[in-house]
Design a protein around this ligand. Structure first.
Ligand code: FE
Length: 212
């Protein structure tokens, strides 16, 4: 069954792959019209795309979490003055006007969803993964978070409650995971490698780098 998807098996694919997907075509058409009307500068659009493709991603959030684990004063700032800290560090902007940091504790695991669409803290996590935008995740994360987490491989003990945060256009959430005991004593740059994207959405836990 799997061989159907193998790269060498592409008799019919070549013809299809010549054309971009429909959303890509529509985006291209829109861009062409906006450029022709002089409403946007293609170089500015390229710069924004390059920024989100190559510069803005979960490594930014991971750096913040690692620093919070290493420095209690920074952690207090990150939790209590999130917008101020992010703006000082240059991580404000699109889709991140109000970011709220929610801290996991032995009593409470935090999980982030956007039930309405796909609101997400772009400046610290980059572009959201496809599953974050799926109907299944958006509806089930609220109804049966414990089951959804189990499907992500995260088993939450019964005594730990799960708090689900519904992102909106105004508020985006970033999960501050608990630092794994095995990572105690590592420096900030090593710790950052333990923090994966899902751990900051709540659908994962920090992992040793080799297992991520
Ligand atoms: Fe949304």
């Amino acid at each position: 069954m799997l061989s159907f998807f193998m790269p060498h098996d592409h008799h019919d694919e070549d013809a299809h792959s010549l054309l971009p997907s429909e959303p890509a075509l529509r985006v291209k058409a829109l861009e062409t019209i906006l450029v022709q009307k002089g409403l946007i500068d293609p170089a500015a659009v390229d710069a924004i795309i390059d920024r989100y493709e190559h510069h803005i991603g979960p490594q930014i959030g991971a750096g913040l979490i690692a620093r919070a684990w290493s420095d209690p004063a920074f952690k207090a700032q990150l939790v209590n003055n999130t917008d101020g800290i992010l703006s000082d560090l240059g991580f404000g902007g699109r889709q991140g006007e109000h970011i709220v940091v929610v801290e996991n504790t032995p009593d409470c695991h935090n999980l982030v969803v956007c039930t309405l669409c796909s609101c997400y803290p772009w400046p610290v996590l980059g572009v959201p993964p496809a599953w974050y935008k799926s109907d299944a995740y958006r509806s089930r994360a609220v109804r049966e978070p414990r089951q959804v987490l189990a499907e992500f491989g995260v088993i939450i003990p019964p005594e730990q409650k799960i708090r689900v945060w519904d992102s909106t256009a105004e508020i985006r959430y970033l999960v501050l995971p608990m630092q794994p005991a095995q990572s105690l004593g590592l420096d900030e740059s090593e710790l950052a490698l333990w923090v994966n994207r899902n751990a900051m959405i709540g659908t994962g836990l920090p992992q040793p780098p080799a297992e991520t």
